[in-house]
Design a protein around this ligand. Structure first.
Ligand code: LLP
Length: 459
């Protein structure tokens, strides 16, 4: 008999990662308290991890190029409290809609520190951006050049940057691969549209200052970002030789991957930033151009800072005709709080962080009775509770004594989870809680109430 380690993470046979695992994890006491106070499912963001990653990004970039700038891609997580932190840490904010722009403004970010993206900005959005004084407009298409020209009138207007499609093909899920020539985003360099766009901007009296590209997301291999940066730097050099126009700003986008499962081994921020910035510098060498070099990370800043906490509600083992068995562990959230597995076959690390009842820890017999002896793992399918045949987290290892009422944490859910949440099956969206630097919890977003859910509707 003996005490079994409560909340022990029972990994079996996983290869150790090459680089350090910097993902935020809740400890058992935090998870218990959070679940009690805020309920589950719950998004939790660690302030320290988020701030640290921004600082590391800034420091590594400034070291490689003193004229570098970090712009936080708010689509990754635009919770107001997090936008405020990103701005406090010296980031500009990338917004890709009027909603994201309004979020940044509500968070206290000045409009002039916002970079406005979008492949089909509505006329009303462009007008709103001009009205509030957005710092940089990233022009995506010829229509937008005309729209901006018309709406700005005689004013100098905002700084404008051309979104370019550099024609590189990153290795990542096809739905988040955007650098290739065949894309809805930006002006193609190879077919001459990019040069034509630059000419039109200059002829239209727009305040063109630079170029931009973003080639894809969750890139473990950074080749595509490096090539994208090189391609737009070459284009910038051509703008000088062909048109006599000198850029003062170049933005190489985001895309650095994070660790979702042990097999993911993304570059560290310190490895990645100089790799991309030096590549751009090499191309610009001797061109006489010395622009600000901006980067636009989202996931790499906030992804590993977040976990989602769920409670196990049902455990069901199914025996198939061929005798194979599958255990379904249903949690109290699912595709509405994390659509990424359904959309991109995304994989996650799932850990038991709290057993249902601390009294259960004391065992007198069975395989876990020896002090600290793990019971071992079983491979299960963690499902949500939506009307989908969802395998939210397929084939994850969880302890054999997993029980209804246990709390699970899913790592690296800080990016593209709360920002992509829905109300499918009329599920209220979860609260977002910040673990502050002193360890205290702060609600950044309350769980949606039934009133919130039905506010927009009439019978
Ligand atoms: N800049 C631009 C113009 C972008 O479109 C994006 C992401 C970023 C920066 C930031 O990329 P990051 O550093 O986070 O990889 N919903 C997908 C991700 C879509 C990313 C779209 N653009 C997902 O859940 O994986």
């Amino acid at each position: 008999m003996g005490w079994r380690q409560a909340g022990a993470i029972l990994w079996g046979g996983m290869a150790p990662a090459t680089r350090a695992d910097s993902r935020f994890r809740l400890v058992e006491s935090q998870a218990r308290e959070l679940a009690e106070k805020f309920g589950t499912p719950l998004y939790v963001i660690d302030e320290r991890t988020f701030r640290d990653r921004i600082r590391r990004y800034r420091e590594a970039s400034l070291k490689a190029n003193p004229k570098s700038q970090i712009c936080y891609a708010s689509k990754a997580n635009s919770t107001l409290g997090l936008l405020k932190i990103a701005y406090e840490e010296g980031c500009w904010i990338d917004v890709a809609s009027e909603g994201e722009l309004r979020a940044a403004l509500l968070a206290g970010v000045p409009a002039e520190k916002c970079v406005f993206h979008g492949n089909n900005k509505l006329r009303s959005e462009v007008a709103y951006g001009l009205e509030v004084g957005v710092g940089i407009f990233v022009i995506d298409n010829f229509e937008e050049i005309d729209r901006l020209k018309e709406l700005k009138g005689d004013a100098v207007g905002p700084q404008c940057v051309l979104r370019l499609a550099p024609g590189v093909d990153p290795k990542t899920h096809e739905k988040i691969r955007v650098g290739q020539a065949d894309t809805k985003f930006g002006f193609n360099i190879t077919d001459g549209s990019a040069l034509e766009a630059a000419k039109r901007c200059l002829a239209s009296g727009l305040n063109l200052v630079g170029v931009h590209c973003h080639v894809g997301s969750q890139l473990i291999d950074p080749t595509a970002q490096r090539q994208g940066g090189e391609a737009i730097a070459e284009f910038a050099a051509r703008l000088k030789t062909d048109l006599g126009f000198e850029i003062s700003y170049i933005n190489v986008g985001g895309g650095l991957g994070v660790k979702y499962v042990d097999a993911d081994d993304p570059m560290t921020i310190e490895e990645y930033c100089p790799l991309v910035l030096d590549a751009v510098a090499r191309i610009l060498e001797g061109s006489g151009l010395d622009p600000i070099v901006a980067q636009e990370p989202g996931r790499a800043l906030v992804g590993e800072a977040g976990v989602t906490l769920y409670e196990v509600g049902v455990i069901k083992t199914i025996e198939m005709a061929d005798g194979a068995r599958r255990t379904y562990v249903s949690v109290d959230g699912g595709v509405s709080d994390n659509p990424r597995p359904a959309l991109y076959s995304a994989q996650y690390t799932v850990e038991r962080v709290v057993k249902r009842d601390p009294a259960w820890e004391y065992v007198t017999d069975g395989p876990g009775a020896a002090f600290g002896a793990p019971l071992g793992d079983q491979v299960v399918t963690v499902s949500g509770r939506h009307c989908e045949t969802d395998r939210l987290f397929a084939d994850v290892s969880l302890p054999k004594d997993l029980a209804v009422g246990d709390l699970l944490q899913v790592l690296s859910t800080g990016a593209y989870n709360s920002s992509m949440a829905s109300n499918y099956n009329r599920f209220p969206r979860p609260a977002v809680v910040l673990v502050q630097l002193d360890g205290a919890f702060k609600t950044l977003a309350e769980r949606e109430s039934w009133d919130d859910l039905f506010r927009r509707e009439t019978v």
